[in-house]
Design a binder for this molecule. Structure first.
Ligand code: ADP
Length: 539
């Protein structure tokens, strides 16, 4: 027997109109590229989104069309999110930090008809346009005065100007595609993940919950994670759903700009990858400054280091909430929320627990498996392939029928993890970054984390290098905070942190480490660069 409730589809435009009805005066604060802060309440924001929807229809945008954005976290980018999905088209957020050839590939593959471009990326886009025959219009996300000279460029504010702020959003099936995001493609070409209205809204509902990211009308939330990286982890939707104040940092992601914005706007929750927090903490340390409003820092994308968890707590009274997910999962999978039990623990014990990526959020099922396909026990010891399923996990890659995504109902995340009896998951490593030494596994993440606890280590990266005797051995690369690192002292220190056979055969100090377009250590590049480092050692 079927239930007898209204079969209404919930759409992203319903979220926007709900936000206006319930929180019309709530603000969206946005840092423009010129540094100025602009504020719109949700009423004005919705009017601008409706104006954009009308302007896009005037440009003959039709349901299912892809419209790409190359843009920072700003109110205009947010308006594009709502206007494009609202008319049944697809907002395709492109990561401008990718290599030009990857961006070109992505735009060609998605066959975007319109590009919305922040002024910082205009030159790069102009160079690509001759090879993008499907692109019909390019719109500069700018004021009329800042519009680029070329005839091809339309001006965002010019398009909105004169449009009516009233609009009746079309209705369609909630499984309709809403947003498209490509993985960064560290191996092979980038792959597209196509989110639906339904998956986006369910994910936002899950993210808001107090036992997930935890957002409400009292929250002042700053997604430092870019809106071109998995839709800023869903915050642009979750914030409006919860009636939270949204603070968008624009292009200024350095420590000084972030700390100024956090303090001035009294942000209490901020989200981003470890590298960006490293920049913020270094700046604050140098200035001898303490943050006064930040209460929760959500860290994901890569493992949050112990030293970072400790420093946020001890110096800034901010709780680091570790979260885990990926592009294919919209991205939220698990969060390590501050439970009463956790908060009651002595500080150092608590920090250790905070290293876990937490428990699955409601709606997402995760499980660990042995290579032979058998599920592994949840004892906190056994580790294996982490697989997931749920209504915001992808079923297929976009236009890549030949790339298998789901097997036996599970999506394999490519991560190796353990899960304990309480459901806490701990990422051991990415399967491809685990170091295989003499038939045993070494976690590069744990080694990096240990090194970051040594005074003066700013960043640490551990990779497995082919070794004549042990198959692979770890090589550690270190960036020093200011003065050179005492390598012998670091080695001594590591001996007390990890098993002896885990100790890297070599520790090298380097001046910089390569990062991927999403701010992660680019271990692939480093493995290639140092491939022969241990080759000449006598077996
Ligand atoms: P990419 O940067 O490759 O485009 P994602 O952002 O989707 O893609 O990366 C997802 C991967 O990032 C996960 O599979 C996992 O390996 C890693 N990751 C994400 N969050 C965490 C975390 N909290 N701790 C450790 N690793 C994480």
């Amino acid at each position: 027997m079927r239930g007898l409730m209204m079969p209404n589809d919930l759409l992203i435009s319903d979220l926007l109109e709900h936000a206006v009805r319930s929180h019309a005066q709530q603000q969206i604060v946005s840092r423009r590229l010129d540094g100025r802060i602009v504020r719109h309440n949700l009423h004005a924001f919705a009017e601008r989104s409706r104006q954009l929807a009308r302007a896009l229809l005037d440009l003959d945008v039709r349901a299912g069309d892809r419209i790409a954005t190359l843009a920072w976290n700003t109110h205009r980018h947010l308006e594009a999110y709502y206007a494009i999905s609202g008319i049944g088209a697809i907002v395709h957020t492109v990561n401008p930090r990718l290599f030009a050839h990857q961006i070109e590939y992505i735009l060609q593959h998605a066959e975007d008809r319109i590009l919305l471009v922040d002024n910082s990326f205009i030159t790069a886009v102009e160079a690509m346009l001759p090879r993008l025959p499907k692109v019909e219009h390019v719109i500069a996300l700018s004021d009329w005065e800042d519009k680029p000279k070329g005839e091809r460029w339309l001006c965002y504010e010019g398009l909105l100007n004169g449009q009516s702020p009233h609009f009746t959003w079309p209705r369609f099936d909630a499984q309709t595609a809403a947003a498209l995001c490509y993985t960064s493609g560290t191996t092979g070409q980038p792959k597209g993940v196509l989110y639906s209205h339904s998956s986006t809204l369910l994910h936002a509902m899950a993210a808001c919950r107090a036992d997930a990211i935890g957002l409400g009308p009292e929250s002042v939330v700053m997604p430092v994670v870019p809106m071109f990286h998995v839709c800023a982890w869903g915050v642009p939707y979750a914030a409006l759903m919860a009636g939270a104040r949204l603070v968008l940092p624009g292009a200024a992601l350095d420590g000084a700009s972030l700390s100024e914005l956090i303090e001035n706007e009294r942000c209490d929750i901020a989200l981003g990858v470890p590298t960006v927090w490293m920049g913020l903490l270094t700046h604050l340390r140098q200035q001898g400054q303490r943050l006064s409003s930040l209460r929760r820092v959500v860290i994901g994308g890569s493992a949050a280091p112990l030293a970072m968890i400790r420093e946020f707590d001890q110096v800034h009274s901010a709780f680091v909430m570790h979260a885990w997910g990926m592009t294919e999962m919209s991205p939220l999978g698990s969060t390590n929320t501050p439970t009463p039990e956790l908060l009651a623990l002595p500080a150092e014990e608590r920090y250790q627990r905070q290293l876990s990526q937490g428990r699955a959020v409601f709606g997402l099922h995760m499980e660990i498996f042995h290579a032979d396909g058998q599920p592994l026990p949840h004892d906190g010891l056994a580790y294996g392939h982490l697989k997931v399923r749920g209504p915001w996990v992808l079923a297929h890659y976009y236009r890549q029928a030949d790339v298998p995504a789901v097997q036996d109902g599970w999506f394999d995340t490519g991560d190796i993890a353990s899960i304990d009896a309480q459901g806490y998951m701990r990422i051991v490593d990415r399967a491809k970054d685990l170091i295989k030494s003499g038939g045993e596994w070494i976690s590069s993440i744990d080694l990096e984390n240990a090194a970051l606890g040594f005074p003066g280590v700013r960043e640490a990266c551990v990779i497995g290098i082919a070794h004549p005797r042990w198959e692979e051995r770890p090589l550690m690369l270190i960036i020093a905070e200011s003065t050179p690192i005492d390598i012998a002292g670091l080695r001594q220190y590591l001996q007390n942190q990890v098993a002896r056979w885990w100790l890297p055969d070599a520790i090298l100090e380097v001046s910089e480490l390569p990062h991927t377009a999403t701010g992660k250590l680019s271990k692939l590049t480093l493995r290639e660069h140092y491939a022969d480092y241990y080759r000449d050692l006598t077996p």
